[in-house]
Design a protein around this ligand. Structure first.
Ligand code: PLP
Length: 378
């Protein structure tokens, strides 16, 4: 499935291009024939396969990444009066999930090279507050946050760590994969992500108690052990994944390594050619494996660069123009007035270029030429 045009005379380069193979159509057909369209064996199989990929013991599939984050926070027992430290430089869902669970998001600033939570900034928050119960780092653009340092802080302060891995399927630190680095992790399978189920999400964890409570929460608080279809032991939601989404997911997880490899090849191509220019290219710290959900550059003339690329039919995007603490929906959140200069600087200067697995050589070359022409003319 591709919505890009690539003819000799008209090249239109999109920021995302989800690819669903014919295997997915076959699997959807057999799921339809089986007749179990809601939760069922296809979802259980997808959960096992995704957990195995993340090297986690368990997984609970959900309707999207936001519901995965909310269900995981409920599974940790987060409640009114609790605070959870997170990044202000993310999609709003990272902080919204904390509010949905009744807690307060507390923002700590990011590192400007990696765009992920700065452990020193988190430590300063922990020195100031005694209501923090957990840390929710975001693996932004496909790069893992500094999990070793954040997990050390969590151990020292007896906190849980919930990875927001919605943009980082397959990212690694020292050969360890996201999804198994904290107490639990959440992924999104929205169409633009490194793999998709249409809409979908999943919680991965090694903690049996968290897996049981999350599975119960996404299924109306039904009893964890499955005894009694209508026995509800806690408040819950219907956050279940459908079998059709799981059917697509099972074919996508098989192709995820290949998708990520192609993203990494595209990023290496850009690195080689863009690093000499007057703009910041993405960092991949030593020992980290970036999976380039986005290839994001930084320049003071971001808007001019975006306009120049648009004029050459190269799609770009700004993730995110407004940091979460500056969102109108956060005016009433007590921590919204925090000083977060690096998140604000990032929001003013970042621009994401097309890096999806379906970029042709010609498209990559066009992107590089358009960026070089724009930067050199500024
Ligand atoms: C960092 C991050 N967290 C959470 C989410 C929420 O996922 P979903 O859109 O599947 O609800 C997203 C999705 O864009 C995301 O990028």
């Amino acid at each position: 499935m591709s919505n890009t045009i690539d003819t000799e005379h008209d090249i239109d380069i999109s920021i995302a291009d989800p690819e669903i193979s014919s295997d997915a159509l076959d699997r959807i057909e057999s799921t339809l024939e089986h007749g179990m369209l809601a939760d069922g064996p296809e979802v259980r199989a997808f959960e096992s396969e995704f957990a195995a990929y993340c090297r986690a013991d368990d997984a609970v599939a959900t309707s999207n990444g936001t519901t995965a984050l909310h269900a995981a926070l409920e599974a940790f027992g987060v409640e009114d009066g609790d605070a959870v430290v997170t990044s202000p430089f993310s999609f709003v869902a990272s902080a919204n999930a904390i509010r949905l669970a009744g807690a307060t998001p507390v923002f700590a600033d990011v590192d400007l090279e990696t765009y992920t939570l700065d452990p020193n900034a988190v430590e300063r928050v922990l020195e100031e507050r005694d209501d923090v119960v957990g840390i929710l780092p975001v693996h932004l653009y496909g790069l893992a946050a500094d999990m070793p340092a954040l997990c050390d802080l969590a151990d020292d302060h007896d906190l849980f760590v919930l990875e927001d891995a919605c943009q980082a399927h397959g990212a690694e630190i020292q050969g360890e994969r996201v999804g198994s680095l904290g107490d639990a992790a959440c992924f999104s399978f929205y169409p633009t992500k490194n793999m998709t189920t249409g809409e979908g999400g999943i919680v991965t964890t090694d903690r049996e108690d968290v897996a049981e409570r999350a599975a119960s929460y996404v299924n109306h608080g039904r009893a964890e052990n499955g005894t009694g279809d209508y026995e509800h032991v806690r408040l819950g939601h219907n956050y279940r994944m459908t079998s059709l989404a799981a059917a697509i997911g099972r074919t996508q997880i098989e192709r995820l390594p290949e998708f990520n490899e192609r993203r990494r090849e595209n990023a290496a191509y850009y690195d080689d050619r863009l690093e000499p220019l007057a703009l910041e290219t993405p960092a991949e710290p030593s020992g980290y494996r970036h999976v380039y959900h986005q290839y994001t550059v930084r320049t003071d003339d971001r808007d001019a660069l975006a306009d120049d690329l648009d004029a050459r039919n190269v799609d770009t995007a700004v993730y995110y123009e407004t940091p979460i603490h500056r969102q109108p929906a956060y005016e009433t959140v007590s921590t919204a007035a925090a000083q977060l200069p690096r998140a604000e600087r990032a929001a003013e200067t970042v621009l994401s270029l097309p890096v999806h697995p379906n970029l042709t050589e010609r498209k990559r070359r066009t992107v590089v030429e358009a960026v070089a022409d724009s930067i050199e003319s500024q």
